[in-house]
Write a protein that binds this ligand. Structure first.
Ligand SMILES: Cc1ncc(COP(=O)(O)O)c(C=O)c1O
Length: 406
């Protein structure tokens, strides 16, 4: 039985002790399972049942769950220094990670501003652009998802996330249609914030040349291009960063998710002259937090980045992604009324379904041992597995998909 008795009992306890809007707990107990362990692409629940993870747990576990190199780095760091004084007396590993980020990201991006979540990185980017351009306006895009902190929510587009907080969201963002070529930027706009491929918005790949056109528009009007590569970064789309497919280097780059190998760490990076606009700290950082550059997270990130390099993450995503797309396209040819489109790049893939049935399919697939997530308006089933997924695992997942769709 999925979920098994232990998962069902945990759901009953959680219902009593967690804020009720957080975890979806189906009335009939059919969802969710409670994770106990995860290794590679395999998740084991509290009842000892195994599942194939096609989500990398929100795109985080690119190098596989509980990657042994990351686990060892965390254990070693945990014996020495778990927490430090991020912006006062920093740890050695924070320095090493800041340098490594500058080396691995495109162009001369660097000057890391560390955060804990993706939303943190986005807010650091918004502030950086404001400080540099002195213009508070931001162009963001329909369907865009940048996090739910109040600052990030101002640029996130979905109304269901925004409406309950009307009056608390600062009105500095103007949302333009994603993928539509713009001829000018509205007055007072200092930044354009964009996902290179929309993730939660439904695996939406913009037209070729679009990012380049945004970069040109920014250059023309003295605004900054902020790329949110929190989901697309670190090899997932078949290049280290999705902007590299288009030959575009942003002024500011946001990274997170896979960066920490499973621990929460994010960063905002920028061109040197842009980051220099913050000025030098005279003893009180203008933007920091208690856990900035947390040593445990930095050690995990250094190990995760070395694993991403060793595995050649972009090549893996490209190769496994090509196989996955081929399998999905075969299924689409078989079931053209059920699967309307197959889209994405590398291992950031989705299928468009006939109707908003992705949630229903998510539950059915879970009961067949496959973990997926819905995206878009519930009409997209999203596949962002660990990049180490094997062809056998992909083929198995597509067979299960075929069974639930037929
Ligand atoms: C593109 C993008 N930006 C930002 C975020 C927010 O990240 P977090 O949930 O870590 O705040 C997400 C999360 O899914 C994302 O996909």
């Amino acid at each position: 039985m999925t979920p098994g008795p232990k998962s069902r009992a945990l759901a009953a306890t959680l219902r009593r002790f967690e804020s009720p809007n957080v975890t979806f707990l189906a009335e009939d107990g059919s969802f969710p399972i409670f994770w106990e362990e995860a290794h590679g692409c395999t998740v084991i629940d509290a009842d000892g049942q195994e599942y194939l993870d096609l989500t990398a747990a929100f795109g985080v576990a690119s190098i596989g769950h509980t990657n042994p190199v990351v686990s060892a780095a965390i254990a070693a760091q945990a014996r020495k220094l778990i927490h430090g004084m991020g912006d006062v007396h920093p740890s050695r590993v924070k320095v090493e990670l800041a340098q490594k980020l500058a080396e691995m990201t495109p162009g001369d991006l660097g000057g890391a501003l560390f955060g804990t979540s993706g939303g943190d990185a986005v807010e650091a980017a918004l502030k950086t652009a404001r400080v540099f351009t002195e213009r508070p306006g931001v162009v963001a895009f329909t369907g865009g998802y940048h996090g739910l902190n109040l600052g990030a929510l101002a640029v996130t587009h979905r109304s269901d996330f925004r409406e309950p907080f009307a009056g608390q969201i600062a009105p500095f963002a103007i949302h333009k249609p994603y993928g539509e070529f713009l001829t000018s930027l509205p007055e007072g706009v200092g930044a354009v914030l964009v996902e290179a491929i929309q993730g939660r918005g439904g695996i939406v790949v913009p037209p070729a040349g679009w990012l380049e056109s945004l970069k040109a528009l920014c250059e023309k009007s003295g605004a900054l291009l902020i790329l949110d590569e929190i989901f697309t970064g670190w090899g997932r789309t078949g290049d280290w960063f999705a902007c590299q497919h288009e030959g575009v280097v942003p002024d500011i780059l946001c990274v997170g998710k896979a960066l920490g190998g499973g621990l929460p760490i994010s960063a905002c990076l920028a061109r040197p002259e842009v980051m220099a606009a913050w000025g030098v700290s005279m003893g009180e950082a203008l933007h920091t937090s208690t856990f900035l550059g947390n040593p445990l997270c930095c050690a995990a990130a250094l190990a995760a980045l070395s694993e991403l390099e060793r595995l050649d993450a972009p090549a893996l995503a490209k190769q496994r992604g090509a196989f996955f797309i081929q399998q999905l396209e075969r299924l689409q040819a078989q079931l053209p009324t059920k699967i309307l489109a197959v889209r994405g790049r590398g291992l950031m893939l989705g299928i468009q379904l006939a109707g908003a049935c992705a949630g229903e399919l998510m539950v059915k697939l879970l009961h067949r041992g496959v973990i997926v997530l819905p995206a878009g308006d519930g009409d997209i089933l999203e596949f962002t597995p660990p990049l180490v997924i094997s062809e056998e695992e992909i083929a198995h997942a597509v067979t299960q998909l075929e069974l639930v769709l037929s």
